[in-house]
Structure formats: C-alpha cells, structure tokens
Ligand binder design. Structure first.
Ligand code: C5P
Length: 414
C-alpha cells in the first residue's frame, strides 16, 4: 500500500519511528510528512532513513509535482501519529496551512488519527467537539491510551502503541474495502506484495491506419489489477487499453507485443507475482509500411502480408528467472476442445510446455469469454498438474479473486 504517515509536533513523535519501521518492513511504501514542529522532536534524516524515501514537509519543494495534492490523491491510507490537539483542530476546520493539512484535504483514502496530548487538552470541550466532527466525517480517530504522560502526570492522552495503531489502521482499510465489496477473508492478503499484470490484446501495425488485433477487451486483466490493489498489493499494470486502472497503480500503456515484452521484461524482477493475462499476438507483419497501403483503382489487386513470429513473453520470463522460482508466474490460455483433446488436455500440455507456476485456462468460443463479463476458467498448477479447480461461468471479478486466492497461497509457500 502507499501510506502517508503524518507526524505532528509532540514528544510521542519518537513512537511514530517505530510505527514507520513496522510499516516499511512489511513492504508498504511510506511517505512521511512531518509538520515543522514534529521536526523539532525527530529530524528529517531519521524519517528518510527509516522510510527509505525522501521526506516531504513543505508545499514549496518540488512545486511542479504539486505535492500538496498528489500525496493525498495517490495514498491508499493516511495515518497521523501523533496527532496533536492543534492538528486535530485544523483538520476539523479544514485549515490547510502546511503539507500535512493539505494532504488531509485532498485524500480519498481512509484517514487514521492517533491523538497524543495532555489529558486536559484531550478532555477539553474544543478537542472533543473536533474529534466528534472528524468521526462524523468518517475519519478513524483512535482513543489515546491512558498512562504516564510526558511529565510526571498520568491519564488519558498517551499515543497508542505502534502495533495498536497499525492494527487499527489495517482494520480501517478493511472496513473501506468491505464497502467496495471485497470478501473479508481475502482482504489485504497481498499487502506488501508487488504484482505485475499484463492486460488487453496487442495490436500489430500494418501501416499508419491498420493493425492485426484480437478480441481481447482487457476486462479480465483490469479486474485482476483491481482486486490485487484492493487486497493491498502495489500494482504495475501493462495494458493495451484505456480502461480505468486501480488508484495508485503504475500504469504502462503499450500497443504491440514487442512494446509489451520490453515493458514486462524490464520490470518483472522487481515484482513478486507476474500475471500474463494479455492476449499477445503470436505473429506480426514483417514490415510496417510508413504510409497507408492503397488499392489500385480499377484493379483487383490485394497485398500479401508476410508475418513473423513474436517472442513469447511468458516463456522468456520463465527463462529469465531460471532456477530462482521468483517471481511467481501466472499464464492465461484461451482454449477450445478439438479432435486431439479437450480444453483441459490442451491446457495441461501448455502448462508443462510454458513452465509457468499457474495456468488459467479460459474456455473460448463464439461470443464466449472475449469482451464478455463472465467466463469459465480452469486453474492448473505446475506443482500438481492433475488437480483442477474450475470457476464459473462466473463474473470476471469472481475469476480474479479466485486467481489471487491461489497465487497468494503459492506466494506464502515460496
Ligand atoms: O501460447 P498461448 O498464446 O496460448 O499462451 C498464452 C499465455 O502466454 C498468456 O499468458 C499470454 O499472455 C502469454 N503469451 C506471451 N507471449 C506471446 C504469446 C502469449 O507471453 N507471444
């Protein structure tokens, strides 16, 4: 997940270092936004070293990247820990006089506020009214812990322990995912995982206006990307379509098989799981003509198009990883039965030939699968090629969930 960790100025800022460390170790991409006051307690180098990323703390740095909007927009979760009475008051009133308060106004992600202050400040009617306002607006405000405060006094106002803030934050994300329809059992089981999904059908140009294409719509690939993101993965989506992509995904637009090959092969090693859903053209025209191929008026002529083989990206991925068994590779295959065997026979042979870890065999035919919202698939694993799990006919979202369920299990064993 992309997490923004906002830190406001309290002595408990040191505890946010422990929270940051936990989140980073789990593979989350955490950007820290300390307020100027927070930087008096814990310095920028500590935040940068623990997050492994530059620290963002003012709206005037890298203005061309519009940080006051971008950080909030691209976050999957925003946590403010510790949140002082002043920060809570600003958030409740929509003030935006620094990068953190700007981010709170621009994000659509779940926001978790972990207060820390003296008991009197926490119990003050103004703070309680501000907390109620934030909770009414759907922000997740934790209750502070009770115990020893900065001085010798004790009472409610201590920052909650880092593990409790983390658990509370993940529950908040799950709650927001639940609203989006994810099943409770699968929620966030891809957190900290990087996945690459290829989607759509490649187009192989003949001339500036014509191409050889296929009927793949990209629906299944985008559904896989969407579900992976919902489950907490950092998603790279290499796609030939302009369908909507999950928020926060790194989207790489491509058109041809060769472009897809470059995009996938150069990125695969940085990912834990690669799912090749794209319908990659097996052949491309040997030459792309620079101007439109014209017919000769009055003649019955027609050009002959010479084709050449495209590289098999999935096979190259299998080769590239060698014995490493990393990343986990998932292939898709559109299959029909014929005289030589049924869909499953062909799929099993392809699984073994390709050497990917999981093959999702689609039953295709006239008007079945391509461009439709539903499909029937058989999941076959290289480790147990005789076992088959059949899904469908089912919505492509359901197929996506089933594929990730298996891939997550494989990842947990790898
Ligand atoms: O051999 P077939 O095209 O049926 O294999 C389908 C699987 O191989 C899909 O996962 C597809 O994305 C991948 N593929 C590929 N490069 C190709 C052709 C297919 O990666 N040139």
């Amino acid at each position: 997940m992309r997490i923004v960790l906002g830190v406001s100025g309290g002595i408990a800022a040191y505890k946010a270092c422990l929270l940051l460390r936990r989140l980073s170790e789990q593979g989350h991409e955490v950007t820290v936004i300390p307020t100027e006051a927070a930087l008096r307690f814990v310095g920028e180098p500590t935040w940068a070293a623990l997050s492994g990323r530059p620290v963002q703390h003012d709206v005037w740095t890298s203005v061309h990247e519009v940080p006051h909007v971008r950080l909030g927009q691209s976050a999957d979760l925003v946590i403010v820990a510790p949140a002082t009475a002043d920060l809570i008051a600003k958030a409740a009133h929509g003030l935006a006089d620094d990068l953190l308060t700007n981010t709170l106004l621009t994000t659509q992600a779940p926001v978790v506020i972990a207060p820390a202050m003296h008991t009197e400040m926490w119990q003050h009617a103004a703070t309680q009214a501000n907390v109620a306002t934030l909770r009414d607006r759907g922000l997740h405000v934790m209750d502070p812990a009770s115990g020893r405060l900065t001085g010798s006094d004790t009472g409610p106002g201590r920052l909650a322990e880092p593990e409790d803030i983390e658990a509370f934050a993940l529950a908040a994300v799950q709650e927001s995912l639940g609203a989006g329809g994810a099943s409770a059992s699968s929620a966030l089981d891809l957190a900290g995982t990087r996945v690459l999904v290829s989607a759509g059908g490649t187009r192989e140009p003949l001339d500036p206006v014509r191409y050889l294409g296929n009927r793949s719509s990209g629906k299944q690939g985008h559904a896989l990307a969407e579900d992976a993101s919902r489950r907490g993965a950092q998603v790279t989506l290499v796609t030939t379509t302009d369908r909507p992509a999950p928020t926060g995904a790194d989207v790489v637009g491509v058109e041809t098989a060769l472009e897809m090959r470059d995009a996938v092969l150069s990125r695969a090693a940085d990912h834990d799981i690669v799912v090749m859903v794209a319908a990659v053209a097996d052949f491309r025209p040997k030459a792309r003509v620079d101007s439109k191929i014209k017919k000769t008026i009055g003649q019955d002529d027609a050009p002959t198009i010479e084709l050449v083989r495209n590289p098999d990206i999935l096979a190259e991925l299998v080769q590239q990883r060698g014995e490493a068994r990393f990343p986990i590779l998932v292939g898709f295959a559109a299959e029909t039965g014929d005289r030589d065997g049924g869909v499953l026979d062909h799929a099993r042979a392809k699984l073994i030939r390709k050497g990917c870890d999981l093959l999702v065999a689609n039953e295709v035919g006239d008007g079945v699968t391509f461009g439709q919202d539903t499909s029937t698939v058989h999941l076959l694993r290289l480790a147990h090629p005789d076992e088959v799990q059949t899904i469908g006919p089912a919505d492509k979202d359901v197929v996506a969930r089933a594929v990730w369920d298996v891939a997550v299990e494989m990842h947990s064993w790898s």
